[in-house]
Design a protein around this ligand. Structure first.
Ligand SMILES: O=C(O)C1=C[C@@H](OP(=O)(O)O)[C@@H](O)[C@H](O)C1
Ligand SMILES: C=C(OP(=O)(O)O)C(=O)O
Length: 420
């Protein structure tokens, strides 16, 4: 499927959707707790619904009413099926793989064609070292897991995805002997571990940080059922902020930020460095200069900011250099390669690097067909490019339901010219 995007000016209020990472985490943790948890303002998207189904497969009783999710569980993994389909969601398959290892039944975890290309080997090696038997195709899904994890000490590489470590942390308290995790090398996407630990604390368990981002110990403990409110999502907000910078006119973002850690909150600092003024009051508003400053941006901690940062090159006076984000190549797509190829089509001068890219201001902009390759964040970023240039085609609007199901509808309400 494709859509046509024409020049647009965005005016008025748009609501930022709930956070995807905290939605996943609270659904998993409520399913591991003994009792009834009520989760509010949950993102119900393709990815988080895959987590709901995975948790139902582990035996949790889950009811959805609007954006409220009620979860009743006795905290034990009682597999209802031997196959879990994580759809397009890396977070789901990584965390569900560690949870599946808590049972002594064989469970097969798989996903769609994009997920079947994503790395799992570091997590499988780390589970093997704890006595779990695993099989996979070249270290990628489908993976077959047979536990049962009782704990101990394991090592894991931190250079590909923090989700492997989040998965081990979350399963840790359910292990009879507790778990010690040693992280090898530099950890990517560090703030997501903070998000995992913060959510675990809300569900009543403690993680001993022996050396931050290097060594953790999780004693055997019970998760406690609780009520949890999911905050707004800074990764989605980053796309809205980029849209506001590029095509906004009195555009306002309605968000409930809360105080849980979110690495992608850094978008505020990055925009300020580019010359954008941001006001956070009842709503979030921005004042953008005619041309952005450019600058160098280390996205090691915030790989999901790559698409919204890259499209800001449309309005930059000096180059925008993005580095330290090689792990963006292991997402739903190789986001570095696709952004480089597609943004070149509209006239941006892009130098692709192994760990990022340099984007130089275009002299003239051209309409183009932009292929988002069924990657939700690329679809949203390319639609915003279309709103700047006009007369663009953007492929795969269906992908957007992975993280922001109402994106097209909400953007149209504030002036986006998108025709599906
Ligand atoms: O744990 C999470 O919720 C996520 C961690 C990050 O992945 P990596 O740790 O693989 O970089 C991020 O890109 C992803 O969208 C969500
Ligand atoms: C990479 C992403 O998510 P996941 O790893 O959960 O598929 C994302 O939402 O951009």
């Amino acid at each position: 499927m494709k859509c046509k995007v024409d020049k647009s000016i965005l005016t008025g209020v748009i609501a930022c959707p709930p956070n995807k990472s905290y939605s996943h985490r609270s659904i998993f943790l409520a399913s591991l707790a003994n009792g009834k948890s009520i989760l509010r303002n949950v993102l119900l998207s393709r990815d988080t619904l895959a987590t709901v189904e995975a948790c139902r497969a582990f035996g949790a009783n889950i009811e959805i009413n609007g954006s409220t999710v009620t979860i009743q569980s006795n905290g034990t993994i009682i597999p209802q099926t031997n196959q879990i389909d994580a759809s397009n969601s890396g977070t789901t398959i990584r965390i569900a793989t560690a949870i599946a290892s808590l049972s002594d039944k064989t469970i097969i975890l798989t996903g769609d064609s994009s997920l079947r290309k994503r790395p799992m080997q570091p997590l499988l090696d780390s589970l093997n070292a704890l006595g779990v038997s695993t099989t996979s195709t070249d270290g990628k899904p489908p993976v077959a897991i047979r536990g049962k994890l009782i704990g101990g000490t394991t090592r894991i590489s931190g250079s590909i995805s923090s989700q492997f470590i989040s998965a081990l942390l979350i399963a840790g308290p359910k292990m009879k002997d507790g778990l010690t995790i040693d992280i090898d090398g530099d950890l990517v996407s560090k703030p997501y571990l903070d998000a995992t630990i913060a959510t675990m604390q809300k569900f009543g368990v403690a993680v001993n940080v022996i050396s931050q981002y290097k060594r953790y110990h999780i004693p055997n403990q019970e998760y406690k059922a609780t009520n949890f409110v999911v905050p707004s999502d800074f990764s989605s907000m980053a796309l809205l902020l980029s849209a506001a910078v590029l095509v906004g006119q009195n555009m306002e973002i309605d968000a409930s930020i809360g105080d849980l850690p979110q690495g992608d909150r850094q978008i505020l600092t990055y925009l300020e460095k580019l010359g954008v003024k941001i006001k956070i009051a009842d709503k979030i508003t921005i004042i953008s200069p005619d041309r952005l400053n450019g600058g160098k941006f280390d996205l090691s901690n915030n790989p999901d900011l790559l698409p919204p940062m890259a499209i800001l090159a449309l309005k930059t006076a000096k180059p925008i250099e993005i580095y330290n984000v090689k792990h963006a190549r292991f997402k739903e797509t190789d986001r570095i390669a696709i952004l480089a190829k597609e943004l070149t089509k509209v006239g941006i001068r892009v130098t692709e690097k192994e760990d990022g890219m340099i984007l130089e201001a275009p002299e003239t902009l051209k309409s183009a067909e932009l292929e988002s390759s069924e990657d939700h964040r690329l679809f949203m970023a390319f639609s915003i490019v279309g709103m700047v240039i006009g007369n663009c085609i953007v492929t795969d609007p269906d992908s957007v339901d992975v993280s922001y199901p109402t994106f097209v509808e909400d953007m149209k309400k504030i002036g986006a010219n998108i025709t599906i």
